[in-house]
Design a binder for this molecule. Structure first.
Ligand SMILES: Nc1ncnc2c1ncn2[C@@H]1O[C@H](COP(=O)(O)OP(=O)(O)OP(=O)(O)O)[C@@H](O)[C@H]1O
Ligand SMILES: [Mg+2]
Length: 371
């Protein structure tokens, strides 16, 4: 199945694991959950030897265990779950994994934008059917959130803070009353949420707005803050996990030397440190330098090596992708990268050797080309 989709949802991609977990799960399940909270946690964070399972469950999300537990417990409660964090910290991915494990459906998603209206979280009408047959449940188009209510499963709301306060207010009534009324209809005009329904929302802490959420809405959500991964080992694991997946998806056989992964992680750590100590935005790269950005750089380098190179990832290519991805503003970002290359990569290349000299050269060329 997953072979025929550009990107399969988590419940399809990990259907095997989910089937298996369901078959061995004897823990108590809240409502109509497909797995017990323990199994949901196992699915998200992966198994360890000490779990004594007959098969390995892959770790899919990397982060604090207590944070994942709090998220799961919230979903068994009366409140919605709001995942807040910087861009690229894996909020949406965690939301998808939780919905897949709990409901086997992570695709009931509403995307919050300035243009999101109440209809997008409640219902709208199929106009031609309304003209032909009048307003009825048949001619109604339920939103993904309403469908989640009817099925007693998890609905998702991405980028909650980008939607207007009208939409946020509508969400308050859904989360507190747990029903939606349809005043246009004379009968059968209330949709009640089945037990198991809940909402996972995400919000970007760089967007203005988490604080602007009304206190009524805040009370109906438990906030779980997702920190930026700064631990190099976890970050390496995330990058490796995504890379393996990418190679499999493209059916690419390519060697990614661990030393290059180290160079990538090191240069991101350096650039982050420089960004933190910079005194103005002009001296700071526009990129948030998140783990997701790192994955993007590596993906770019891998595809480049695969299509144009000799099927081995080389330090020059990696440097080129890094410069290409991070130099968004010209000349500011280029100047920052240039300074980094002269001030840090050059001395490091002299001192440590290895692949650094190639990395130095690749970056220099890329900067020269873009300048
Ligand atoms: N802690 C993590 N564990 C596993 N993968 C991660 C983690 N952090 C980031 N990623 C990977 O980074 C990519 C981007 O993550 P995701 O889209 O979930 O970020 P986000 O927090 O929702 O960002 P945004 O605020 O921009 O929407 C995903 O492919 C995800 O797999
Ligand atoms: Mg997201």
């Amino acid at each position: 199945m997953s072979d025929e989709m550009l990107r399969a949802p988590a419940e399809a991609k990990y259907a095997d694991e989910l089937d298996w977990l369901e078959s061995v799960d004897d823990g108590p399940r809240p409502f109509s959950w497909r797995l017990s909270p323990r199994m949901v946690r196992l699915f998200v964070l992966g198994s360890e030897r000490s779990d004594g399972l007959d098969r390995e469950i892959k770790q899919k999300w990397f982060g604090d265990r207590s944070l994942v537990e709090r998220a799961i417990v919230t979903l068994a409660s009366d409140r919605g779950l709001l995942l807040i964090g910087d861009p690229g910290t894996g909020k949406s991915w965690l939301a998808e994994l939780l919905a897949a494990a709990i409901s086997r459906n992570s695709t009931l998603v509403v995307q919050g934008t300035a243009g999101t209206t109440e209809d997008h979280i409640k219902y709208s009408w199929n106009i031609s059917m309304v003209i032909a047959k009048g307003q009825s449940r048949e001619s109604m188009i339920p939103s993904p959130i309403m469908t989640a209510m009817e099925q007693g499963v998890i609905g998702r709301f991405e980028e909650l803070t980008r939607s207007t306060s009208d939409v946020q207010d509508a969400l308050i009534s859904i989360l507190s009353e747990k029903y939606v009324s349809i005043p246009e209809l004379d009968d059968d005009n209330v949709v009640f949420a089945k037990p198991g329904f809940s909402i996972i929302a995400t919000a970007n802490s760089r967007d203005r707005g988490v604080n602007d959420l009304s206190s009524a809405l805040k009370r109906r959500f438990n906030f779980v803050r997702i920190p930026v991964v700064t631990n190099k080992r976890s970050e390496a694991e995330i990058v490796r996990f995504r890379t393996t997946e990418l190679l499999r998806r493209h059916r690419i056989e390519l060697d990614v030397p661990p030393t290059l992964l180290d160079i990538l992680l090191q240069s991101f750590a350096d650039l982050r440190a420089a960004s933190e100590s910079a005194s103005s935005d002009d001296e700071r790269l526009e990129s948030s330098l998140s783990t997701a950005e790192q994955i993007g750089v590596l993906e770019d380098a891998i595809l480049h090596s695969h299509f144009f190179g000799d099927r081995t990832l080389r330090a020059q290519t990696l440097a080129g992708s890094l410069v290409g991805s991070l130099a968004r503003r010209s000349p500011e970002d280029l100047a920052i990268l240039n300074k980094y290359w002269h001030g840090v990569v050059e001395p490091r290349s002299k001192k440590e050797g290895g692949q650094w000299p190639d990395f130095l050269e690749g970056g220099r060329q890329a900067i020269a080309t873009l300048s």
